[in-house]
Design a protein around this ligand. Structure first.
Ligand code: NDP
Ligand code: MG
Length: 381
């Protein structure tokens, strides 16, 4: 089990649940970071006494410093602060729970300090999976997935040995709030409808990604990088009950699955306790109370984001970074109610086509691709 944890994005959905687990396990806290929520950050700092607290802006950091008035907690801000938090020597584990590509540089910084990474921030792997995984191998940093599907696969592969003999990984997908709707009906849904996820309470960006099924597309790419398999070996099945969190089919036909209640605190805890398991605060699964477990194929026509993600995964290079950047921007515009729900896919597909292809992108190329893709979405007439 790890001893001291830093959390990038402590005030968010994954961040708060990570602190629940830290409280439950009695671990120490190294650094905590947030965007603008000073009140919640101040409260977390008072309870968990981090060495370092980081806000996105100088103003927010000054407000936090004033609110804390505590010489034992250093306060920093901006990208530099986030990098300092990621590399803080006291912590042996960093939970990456910021949203989006913003997490890329701090994740690399934590890897270079050989921290265990509890990886929630999937956009980082989508944009720069090759670079991140290569750095993790080079520095010997462990990456333990926090995303529930990838944690399930991680658990299904425990004991599978070096030669894993995997035929395919099967990611389950709740289908989101718009399951069963066609493109015509989807063109009329509102932001409030899209934010109503049936099974999970999460941050706004991922909740919209779940509604478009882009989240599952991002997860196919995340799985490719984490488990070193091509996208064709990563299948997706709609499973409305969110009880089977994902599966692995082996070459002999055996299928391993991980089941549990829909509560992110289990994968979060495992990322901290692995290779051990500990008692957890989550509810127990009562299989007799489950009406039935169903599995079906996703509707790729109504939800074309998933197909687009597969195309980008097959293309490789900077294609996934372009798609991710475009999607972050399109979701932002949708949340500001400037574009409609089906415009998200249209804008992302156009941006992906507009950004020049680079087959072996460097970190700089990826950052530039991200910026170009965002601009292609926001500047569309
Ligand atoms: P939230 O939106 O709930 O939290 C985001 C965190 O990032 C908050 O702490 C926020 O601070 C901080 N933040 C926002 N903007 C900035 C900024 N400019 N600079 C620094 N920090 C910033 O997101 P989630 O917890 O839902 O998701 C986090 C990641 O985990 C995502 O990549 C998501 O895909 C992934 N994930 C989430 C799951 C979930 O159940 N929520 C499940 C699986 C994966 P503030 O509060 O101040 O705005
Ligand atoms: Mg997931």
């Amino acid at each position: 089990m790890v001893k001291c944890v830093s959390i990038l994005g402590a005030t968010g959905s994954i961040g708060r649940q990570s602190l629940d687990i830290i409280r439950h396990l009695g671990l120490e806290v190294g650094a905590l970071t947030a965007g603008s929520n000073v009140a919640r950050m101040a409260q977390q700092c008072r309870e968990f006494r981090p060495k370092l607290a980081v806000m996105a802006t100088r103003e927010a950091a000054e407000q936090l410093r004033e609110a804390l008035n505590d010489p034992e907690i250093s306060v920093a801000w901006g990208e530099e602060g986030l990098l300092e938090a990621a590399a803080l020597p006291e912590a042996d584990c960093v939970i990456t729970a910021v949203v989006g590509m913003l997490g890329l540089k701090p994740t690399l910084a934590a890897i270079r300090q050989k921290k265990r990474i509890g990886l929630a921030n999937k956009e980082t792997l989508v944009c720069a999976g090759e670079l991140v995984m290569a750095e993790a191998r080079a520095y010997g940093a462990e990456i333990i997935p926090v995303d529930s599907e990838h944690s399930a696969i991680f658990q299904c592969l425990l004991g599978a040995g070096e030669k894993r003999a995997v035929r395919r990984l099967i990611l389950t997908c709740s289908g989101g709030p718009f399951f069963g709707m066609d493109r015509e009906a989807l063109s009329k849904v509102t932001k409030a409808d899209a934010l109503r996820h049936p099974n999970w309470r999460m941050g706004q960006k991922i909740t919209i990604d779940c509604a478009t099924l882009m989240n599952k597309g991002l997860e196919v790419i995340e799985a490719m990088h984490l488990y070193g398999v091509p996208a064709e070996q990563v299948d997706v099945l709609i499973h409305r009950q969110s009880i089977v969190h994902s599966m692995v089919e082996f070459v002999d036909g055996a299928v391993m699955a991980q089941l549990g209640v829909a509560d992110m605190r289990l994968p979060i805890q495992l990322a901290m306790t692995y290779p051990q398991r500990e008692e957890c605060v989550v509810e127990r699964l009562d299989l007799t109370a489950c009406a039935g477990l169903t599995f079906s194929r996703p509707d790729m026509e109504a939800f074309p984001c998933l197909a687009l993600a597969r195309q980008c995964a097959a293309r490789g290079g900077n294609a996934c970074a372009a798609m991710n950047g475009a999607n972050e921007e399109a979701v932002r515009l949708f949340l500001e109610e400037k574009i409609g729900f089906t415009d998200i896919y249209d804008r992302v597909a156009q941006a992906v086509a507009a950004v020049p292809y680079i087959s072996a992108p460097s970190l700089e190329d990826i950052l530039r691709t991200d910026a170009l893709a965002r601009r292609a979405v926001s500047e569309k007439p």
